[in-house]
Write a new protein. Structure first.
Length: 342
């Protein structure tokens, strides 16, 4: 297996673990309806698109052939199609009806009155033995059977990331040495080069962009960094792992927003100014990424909602990463594994 590195530990009081691209947690609705989440929180700025996303619908496939029709239609795992934008609902109905006619299936697509909260999607996944669901098109993997009463190590190997969950079945040479079966739970699509491992209940308390203390940082770097530092009298940022980056830390949120806006305006005023500007509210996302940037292994943890959550950079950038559950001869969970492409 090669060398094994400890990235940190997680706790999972609910016994239900969520694995997701941490950069997308701004869309997480917890126990509330996804319709209540501002699309601006996950980067949708166009008001027309935002309205379309907010008015999305969940559809349920029903009828005698529902399971077969859902599987062959292949749009989302299971019989529920989540987060269908308002503009695409009619076309989806037509496509599904045509599919059923062609295949001879007795099944229909029914719009649900309420959208399913993300926490409830996790519960349904766990009840089905673990698996994958979509969150506005972003794949999320969830599984149960995780020990709720002790910290769990998160290990990096040559092949990916593994979480041993049964200490009696772990050897130093192999985190899953007693596993006899591996069940694929689904693939995670990573767009932000990072993976987050968190307790399903704890993520309801996650604040992705909203500062927990009313403060924010502003950082910048690039070819025009020295010129910008002179223009704005900016010091070194002084954060671990960010040598050479300029900016300010711990500013009141309004002051930080004004500085960030001024930097963007200054950069945009001259196309020759190559500068990256990063506005960082002191949110849970900021806290965990601050730890990631300071870590030589590019991994960090934060306490959220009574649990410890871990985020780790993939080291391979973006892509698709299969998640599987390793089981012992009795079917008990031995470890959870995220595999990296060879």
């Amino acid at each position: 297996m090669g060398e094994i590195y400890g990235l940190g530990e997680i706790t999972c009081p609910s016994g239900e673990l969520v694995i997701v691209d941490g950069g997308h947690l701004g869309m997480w609705s917890g126990e509330g309806s996804p319709a209540l989440v501002d699309p601006g929180a996950f980067g949708v700025q166009d008001p027309v698109v935002a309205a379309d996303v907010s008015a999305a619908t969940d559809f349920l496939i029903t009828g005698p052939d529902a399971d077969t029709a859902a599987h062959s239609f292949g749009r989302q795992p299971g019989r529920t199609l989540h987060d269908i934008p308002a503009s695409g609902a009619a076309q989806l109905r037509e496509l599904f009806a045509a599919h059923c006619r062609e295949q001879g299936f007795d099944a229909v697509l029914e719009a649900r009155a309420e959208r399913v909260p993300h926490r409830e999607r996790v519960r349904r996944c766990v009840e089905g033995g673990g698996g994958r669901f979509l969150m506005n098109g972003v794949p999320v993997v969830a599984l149960g059977g995780v020990p709720p009463d002790r910290p769990l190590p998160v290990l990096a190997t040559d092949d990916g990331i593994v979480i041993p969950v049964d200490p009696t079945h772990v050897s130093p040479a192999s985190p899953a040495s007693h596993a006899v079966k591996s069940v694929e739970l689904g693939e995670i699509r990573v767009d932000w080069a990072r993976l987050l491992f968190g307790d399903a209940d704890a993520l309801s308390a996650w604040r992705h962009d909203e500062p927990v203390d009313g403060l924010a940082d502003v950082a910048f770097w690039g070819a025009a960094e020295a010129e910008a530092a002179t223009e704005f009298a900016a010091p070194d940022l002084g954060e671990p792992g960010e040598k050479g980056v300029k900016g300010w830390t711990g500013l009141p949120l309004p002051d930080a927003m004004r500085l960030a806006t001024a930097l963007f305006d200054w950069k945009d005023a001259d196309s020759r100014r190559r500068l990256m500007v990063d506005f960082r509210p002191h949110s849970h996302h900021w806290q965990i990424m601050r730890a990631v940037r300071a870590s030589p292994l590019e991994a960090g943890t934060v306490q959220v909602g009574g649990a410890q959550v871990l985020c780790a950079m993939t080291g391979q950038g973006d892509g698709w990463f299969p998640v599987s559950a390793d089981l012992d001869p009795t079917g008990r969970l031995v470890s959870v594994r995220v595999s990296f492409p060879a």
